[in-house]
Design a protein around this ligand. Sequence first.
Ligand code: DX5
Ligand code: ZN
Length: 235
Amino acid sequence: MPDFLCTAAARQKVQIAPSLLSADFTRLREDLERLEGEADLYHLDIMDGHFVPNISYGPGIVKQIRKLSDKPLDAHLMVSEPERWISPFLDAGADLISFHLEATPHPHRLIQQIKAVGCRAGLAINPGTSELLLEPLLEELDLVLVMSVNPGFGGQSYLPLAEKKLARLRRLASEQDLPFALEVDGGIKRTTIGAATRAGARIFVAGSAVFAADDPAAEIRELKKLALSSAAEYV
Ligand code: DX5
Ligand code: ZN
Protein backbone atom coordinates (compact mmCIF):
# COMPACT_ATOMS: atom_id res chain seq x y z
CA MET A 1 0.00 0.00 0.00
CA PRO A 2 1.50 3.41 -0.93
CA ASP A 3 2.10 5.80 1.96
CA PHE A 4 -1.26 7.45 2.49
CA LEU A 5 -0.32 9.66 5.41
CA CYS A 6 3.06 10.99 6.27
CA THR A 7 4.96 11.90 3.13
CA ALA A 8 5.06 15.59 2.24
CA ALA A 9 2.93 14.84 -0.83
CA ALA A 10 0.34 12.85 1.13
CA ARG A 11 0.09 15.63 3.70
CA GLN A 12 -0.80 18.19 1.06
CA LYS A 13 -3.29 15.94 -0.66
CA VAL A 14 -6.97 16.35 0.05
CA GLN A 15 -8.39 12.98 1.07
CA ILE A 16 -11.99 12.00 1.73
CA ALA A 17 -12.69 9.26 4.25
CA PRO A 18 -16.32 8.13 4.07
CA SER A 19 -17.54 7.05 7.50
CA LEU A 20 -19.13 3.63 7.09
CA LEU A 21 -21.33 4.37 10.09
CA SER A 22 -23.79 5.87 7.61
CA ALA A 23 -23.58 2.95 5.15
CA ASP A 24 -26.32 0.38 4.78
CA PHE A 25 -24.83 -2.65 6.52
CA THR A 26 -27.30 -4.99 4.86
CA ARG A 27 -25.69 -4.10 1.55
CA LEU A 28 -22.23 -3.02 2.47
CA ARG A 29 -20.60 -4.63 -0.54
CA GLU A 30 -22.74 -2.57 -2.93
CA ASP A 31 -22.25 0.59 -0.89
CA LEU A 32 -18.47 0.18 -0.99
CA GLU A 33 -18.47 -0.67 -4.68
CA ARG A 34 -20.22 2.63 -5.38
CA LEU A 35 -17.43 4.49 -3.55
CA GLU A 36 -14.35 2.48 -4.48
CA GLY A 37 -13.22 4.76 -7.30
CA GLU A 38 -13.42 7.96 -5.24
CA ALA A 39 -12.90 7.21 -1.54
CA ASP A 40 -9.32 7.63 -0.33
CA LEU A 41 -9.66 5.71 2.90
CA TYR A 42 -12.51 4.20 4.87
CA HIS A 43 -13.25 5.66 8.28
CA LEU A 44 -14.48 3.09 10.79
CA ASP A 45 -16.28 4.49 13.84
CA ILE A 46 -15.92 2.13 16.76
CA MET A 47 -18.21 2.99 19.69
CA ASP A 48 -18.46 1.05 22.93
CA GLY A 49 -21.53 2.52 24.65
CA HIS A 50 -19.26 3.69 27.47
CA PHE A 51 -16.86 6.32 26.18
CA VAL A 52 -19.67 7.51 23.91
CA PRO A 53 -23.43 7.03 24.29
CA ASN A 54 -23.79 4.67 21.34
CA ILE A 55 -22.62 1.25 20.19
CA SER A 56 -21.53 0.61 16.62
CA TYR A 57 -19.49 -2.42 15.58
CA GLY A 58 -16.33 -4.27 16.52
CA PRO A 59 -13.34 -6.10 15.07
CA GLY A 60 -15.46 -8.88 13.53
CA ILE A 61 -17.16 -6.42 11.20
CA VAL A 62 -13.86 -4.68 10.45
CA LYS A 63 -12.48 -8.04 9.33
CA GLN A 64 -15.40 -8.37 6.91
CA ILE A 65 -14.83 -4.85 5.60
CA ARG A 66 -11.14 -5.69 5.08
CA LYS A 67 -12.21 -8.47 2.72
CA LEU A 68 -14.22 -6.03 0.63
CA SER A 69 -11.55 -3.40 -0.03
CA ASP A 70 -7.82 -2.77 -0.27
CA LYS A 71 -8.16 0.87 0.72
CA PRO A 72 -6.54 2.06 3.94
CA LEU A 73 -8.81 1.41 6.93
CA ASP A 74 -8.88 4.29 9.37
CA ALA A 75 -10.18 2.98 12.72
CA HIS A 76 -11.48 5.68 15.06
CA LEU A 77 -11.74 4.11 18.50
CA MET A 78 -14.32 5.90 20.61
CA VAL A 79 -13.83 3.46 23.46
CA SER A 80 -12.77 3.46 27.08
CA GLU A 81 -9.54 1.60 27.81
CA PRO A 82 -8.35 1.77 24.21
CA GLU A 83 -5.24 -0.25 25.17
CA ARG A 84 -7.43 -3.36 25.22
CA TRP A 85 -8.51 -2.89 21.64
CA ILE A 86 -5.33 -2.26 19.66
CA SER A 87 -4.54 -5.91 18.88
CA PRO A 88 -8.08 -6.91 17.90
CA PHE A 89 -8.36 -4.04 15.42
CA LEU A 90 -4.87 -4.54 14.11
CA ASP A 91 -5.60 -8.23 13.56
CA ALA A 92 -8.84 -7.26 11.85
CA GLY A 93 -6.86 -5.27 9.29
CA ALA A 94 -6.81 -1.61 10.39
CA ASP A 95 -4.01 0.44 8.79
CA LEU A 96 -4.39 3.42 11.09
CA ILE A 97 -5.71 3.34 14.64
CA SER A 98 -6.78 6.55 16.36
CA PHE A 99 -7.82 6.63 19.99
CA HIS A 100 -9.08 9.47 22.16
CA LEU A 101 -6.80 11.47 24.40
CA GLU A 102 -9.69 11.63 26.90
CA ALA A 103 -9.91 7.84 27.10
CA THR A 104 -6.54 6.95 28.58
CA PRO A 105 -4.07 8.33 31.14
CA HIS A 106 -1.19 6.89 29.08
CA PRO A 107 -1.47 8.21 25.53
CA HIS A 108 2.27 8.18 24.94
CA ARG A 109 2.57 4.52 25.87
CA LEU A 110 -0.33 3.64 23.64
CA ILE A 111 1.12 5.45 20.64
CA GLN A 112 4.32 3.48 21.10
CA GLN A 113 2.33 0.27 21.39
CA ILE A 114 0.51 0.93 18.11
CA LYS A 115 3.65 1.91 16.23
CA ALA A 116 5.64 -1.02 17.59
CA VAL A 117 3.38 -3.42 15.73
CA GLY A 118 3.78 -1.52 12.47
CA CYS A 119 0.46 0.35 12.50
CA ARG A 120 -0.10 4.08 12.07
CA ALA A 121 -1.06 5.91 15.26
CA GLY A 122 -3.56 8.75 15.49
CA LEU A 123 -4.83 10.72 18.43
CA ALA A 124 -8.33 12.22 18.54
CA ILE A 125 -9.64 15.10 20.64
CA ASN A 126 -13.23 15.94 21.55
CA PRO A 127 -14.63 19.42 20.95
CA GLY A 128 -14.11 20.25 24.63
CA THR A 129 -10.44 19.28 24.69
CA SER A 130 -7.64 21.72 23.97
CA GLU A 131 -5.23 20.89 21.17
CA LEU A 132 -2.46 22.23 23.40
CA LEU A 133 -2.63 19.00 25.40
CA LEU A 134 -1.35 17.20 22.32
CA GLU A 135 1.80 19.25 22.02
CA PRO A 136 4.17 16.88 23.86
CA LEU A 137 2.94 13.99 21.72
CA LEU A 138 2.90 15.55 18.26
CA GLU A 139 6.33 14.34 17.29
CA GLU A 140 5.23 10.74 17.78
CA LEU A 141 1.99 10.89 15.84
CA ASP A 142 1.07 9.91 12.31
CA LEU A 143 -2.26 11.72 12.52
CA VAL A 144 -4.26 14.11 14.65
CA LEU A 145 -8.04 13.80 14.46
CA VAL A 146 -9.92 16.93 15.48
CA MET A 147 -13.56 16.22 16.27
CA SER A 148 -15.97 18.80 14.90
CA VAL A 149 -18.94 17.17 16.68
CA ASN A 150 -19.23 15.44 20.03
CA PRO A 151 -18.54 11.82 19.14
CA GLY A 152 -21.26 9.20 19.26
CA PHE A 153 -23.54 9.80 16.30
CA GLY A 154 -23.47 10.54 12.61
CA GLY A 155 -25.50 13.38 11.13
CA GLN A 156 -24.70 16.08 13.71
CA SER A 157 -23.92 19.72 12.96
CA TYR A 158 -20.37 20.87 12.41
CA LEU A 159 -18.83 22.87 15.26
CA PRO A 160 -16.64 25.71 13.93
CA LEU A 161 -14.65 25.66 17.17
CA ALA A 162 -12.61 22.91 15.50
CA GLU A 163 -11.08 25.48 13.15
CA LYS A 164 -8.95 27.29 15.71
CA LYS A 165 -7.53 23.94 16.78
CA LEU A 166 -6.82 22.86 13.22
CA ALA A 167 -5.12 26.15 12.48
CA ARG A 168 -2.92 25.96 15.55
CA LEU A 169 -1.97 22.34 14.86
CA ARG A 170 -1.21 23.15 11.26
CA ARG A 171 1.01 26.01 12.36
CA LEU A 172 2.86 23.82 14.87
CA ALA A 173 3.37 21.16 12.22
CA SER A 174 4.94 23.60 9.81
CA GLU A 175 7.00 25.50 12.41
CA GLN A 176 8.45 22.30 13.83
CA ASP A 177 8.43 20.35 10.59
CA LEU A 178 6.30 17.58 12.07
CA PRO A 179 4.98 14.88 9.80
CA PHE A 180 1.50 14.20 11.23
CA ALA A 181 -1.58 14.37 8.99
CA LEU A 182 -4.56 16.46 10.05
CA GLU A 183 -8.04 14.97 9.92
CA VAL A 184 -11.39 16.54 10.80
CA ASP A 185 -14.47 14.49 11.68
CA GLY A 186 -18.10 15.46 12.09
CA GLY A 187 -20.61 17.46 10.09
CA ILE A 188 -18.39 17.71 7.01
CA LYS A 189 -20.45 18.54 3.92
CA ARG A 190 -20.45 20.98 1.02
CA THR A 191 -21.09 24.00 3.23
CA THR A 192 -18.44 23.22 5.86
CA ILE A 193 -15.54 21.58 4.05
CA GLY A 194 -14.11 24.86 2.78
CA ALA A 195 -13.69 26.39 6.23
CA ALA A 196 -12.16 23.20 7.62
CA THR A 197 -9.73 23.13 4.71
CA ARG A 198 -8.73 26.74 5.17
CA ALA A 199 -8.13 26.00 8.85
CA GLY A 200 -5.67 23.29 7.83
CA ALA A 201 -7.40 19.90 7.63
CA ARG A 202 -6.52 17.70 4.66
CA ILE A 203 -8.32 14.45 5.53
CA PHE A 204 -12.08 14.80 5.78
CA VAL A 205 -14.40 12.26 7.32
CA ALA A 206 -17.85 12.44 5.78
CA GLY A 207 -20.64 10.07 6.71
CA SER A 208 -24.14 11.35 6.17
CA ALA A 209 -23.14 13.77 3.41
CA VAL A 210 -21.77 10.92 1.30
CA PHE A 211 -24.24 8.15 2.03
CA ALA A 212 -27.37 10.32 1.87
CA ALA A 213 -26.41 11.53 -1.60
CA ASP A 214 -28.11 9.99 -4.64
CA ASP A 215 -24.66 9.47 -6.13
CA PRO A 216 -22.14 9.01 -3.29
CA ALA A 217 -19.14 8.90 -5.63
CA ALA A 218 -20.16 12.19 -7.24
CA GLU A 219 -20.60 13.69 -3.78
CA ILE A 220 -17.04 12.71 -2.84
CA ARG A 221 -15.79 14.32 -6.07
CA GLU A 222 -17.71 17.49 -5.24
CA LEU A 223 -16.39 17.61 -1.66
CA LYS A 224 -12.87 17.10 -2.94
CA LYS A 225 -13.30 19.85 -5.50
CA LEU A 226 -14.52 22.28 -2.86
CA ALA A 227 -11.66 21.36 -0.53
CA LEU A 228 -9.08 21.67 -3.28
CA SER A 229 -10.25 25.14 -4.22
CA SER A 230 -10.11 26.23 -0.56
CA ALA A 231 -6.69 24.62 -0.14
CA ALA A 232 -5.46 26.61 -3.09
CA GLU A 233 -6.63 29.84 -1.41
CA TYR A 234 -4.67 28.88 1.67
CA VAL A 235 -1.01 28.23 0.98
C1 DX5 B 1 -19.00 10.68 15.22
C2 DX5 B 1 -18.12 9.93 14.26
C3 DX5 B 1 -18.08 10.49 12.88
C4 DX5 B 1 -19.41 10.55 12.21
C5 DX5 B 1 -19.33 11.32 10.94
O1 DX5 B 1 -18.96 10.06 16.44
O2 DX5 B 1 -16.79 9.90 14.74
O3 DX5 B 1 -17.13 9.83 12.08
O4 DX5 B 1 -19.98 9.30 11.98
O5 DX5 B 1 -20.61 11.42 10.43
P1 DX5 B 1 -21.19 12.76 9.77
O6 DX5 B 1 -20.33 13.04 8.58
O7 DX5 B 1 -22.58 12.36 9.43
O8 DX5 B 1 -21.10 13.83 10.82
ZN1 ZN C 1 -15.16 9.16 13.39
